[in-house]
Design a protein. Structure first.
Lengths: 151, 151
């Protein structure tokens, strides 16, 4: 975290606010390595294993796309108290393939003040992970507690 | 995949069916290593960094719990055509801490035949990731396409 980086509190957020991440180039080695550790299914492990499956050719585990998305969000949405998801929804409209450059566009879609904690709100963000053709690979909607700037 | 392992098709599933995974012991090194790669926030990176945060002490990234859960599901729910999530909901009622032994209890909660594809249904599974005290750390509900045994 660079000292010059702005730290955001609840007062700094508004509905419709957008954040954009850097891009991450995913390759076959990353895909196979993540799959070997966390999602060892044939279509994530090798080109040959993916033939004749739903995916047809090598595709990243959805959890890999999700984990890379989190990395890009941490780098581009600088909430002072961190990004801590309470509950979320996730879908993968298209597979993530080797050679794609991923990036995340995050939007604040709702801010609901807490009834019990006056210094907090539940902020809903909708995060789309897209490739260079602007195809949406993952839609990730999350509710997070966000706090006001300390007095 | 052992050759003796049963491969499950749609005909082999029923609502209420349960699957249980082996246990996975998570430690501080795994937590820090995953966080450094995918979720580099202070409360996931070090004991010191977690002090004074929402978590209070070192906690695993939720994406780490999710990825380990996927590993355990792949090993314990042997669907012949693989575990491929179309859409899902996820929540983390309690943090995953170093030293916990995680395991997954998966339940088939709905089977809805496809209207367009007679050989397929959308199967909903509810997967709870628990620790040794039977505390629920993650609830993961997912819709997956599941196919009939080939004729």
């Amino acid at each position: 975290m660079s000292p010059a980086r702005k730290q955001l509190y609840l007062e700094d957020l508004h509905v419709g606010q957008l954040f954009s991440s850097r891009a991450h180039l995913i390759d076959a080695e990353q895909i196979k390595s993540f799959a070997a550790e966390f999602d060892p299914q044939p279509f994530h492990l090798s080109e040959e294993g993916a033939e004749g499956t739903l995916f047809g050719s090598l595709a990243a585990s959805g959890w890999h796309t999700a984990a890379l998305t989190m990395r890009m969000l941490v780098e581009s949405v600088p909430l002072a108290d961190g990004l801590v998801g309470a509950e979320l929804q996730l879908s993968w409209p298209k597979p993530t393939r080797p050679g794609m450059r991923l990036r995340v566009v995050a939007e604040v879609v709702d801010i609901t003040p807490s009834r019990s904690k006056p210094n907090m709100a539940i902020v809903t963000m909708r995060n789309e992970t897209r490739n260079d053709e602007d195809e949406v690979l993952q839609i990730f909607t999350v509710k997070m507690p966000v706090f006001k700037r300390p007095a």
